[in-house]
Design a protein around this ligand. Sequence first.
Ligand SMILES: C[S@@+](CC[C@H](N)C(=O)[O-])C[C@H]1O[C@@H](n2cnc3c(N)ncnc32)[C@H](O)[C@@H]1O
Length: 223
Amino acid sequence: MPRPLSRCVASMRMRKVKWAVEYLEQSQKKAAHPEENRGAWRSGNTKLHVELGCGKGNYSLEMAKLYPDDLFIAVEKNESAAGIAAKKFDESECENLILIHGDAADLNLWFAEQEIDVLHLNFSDPWPKKRYAKRRLSSAGFLEVYQSLLSKNGEIQMKTDNGPLFEFSVIEFLNAGFILSEFYVDYRRDPHPEDAVTEYEEKFIRLGQPIYRCVFKRGDGAK
Ligand SMILES: C[S@@+](CC[C@H](N)C(=O)[O-])C[C@H]1O[C@@H](n2cnc3c(N)ncnc32)[C@H](O)[C@@H]1O
């Protein structure tokens, strides 16, 4: 018998990693002062991807390997998860991979207007209680910032296992003037090798849960 989903999800919560703080201080791939690179992350035609809430970093790492000409910046606020991601990034051969240990609420301190090409929201915390809805990374306050930081052809790619969060997010994207480009209610029914599987996604796939995915383009109505 499979375990109840609530217990599986609970066991996915992050344990404190003792070495994380010290590791993050000396990591080569962690941006020590990301605000100093504001407006200057890209060189030439490099496409800039930013993943918000990267967890242990698998997605950005695998995507950086798949797309070596693009630059991937992974943002994570949890110290333990960020420490693990930083170690993985350092041990990889990838030169196109950077970690920012910080809160997505500070995104506009690190990136300039129209600097980001693709924003990735993978299995974001759902914050199911209405009083915490503003903390959802797809809520209106965040979307206003994303609109200004995305390039003219920029887009948001979102994946989740959580139906209510998906529905909430789609409505928020539309209300904010984003334009729907792709929509899936069972994304991994087909393998999609062009898009890496995240740690959470792997677990939900194993549990037989459908993966929801949408892609929204920055609308013309964007400021
Ligand atoms: C449910 S986990 C998903 C991790 C990973 N994206 C995956 O799919 O395996 C959500 C992650 O987002 C991080 N997170 C939540 N809110 C954040 C924020 N405001 N800024 C940065 N990271 C955040 C959490 O610390 C956590 O590691």
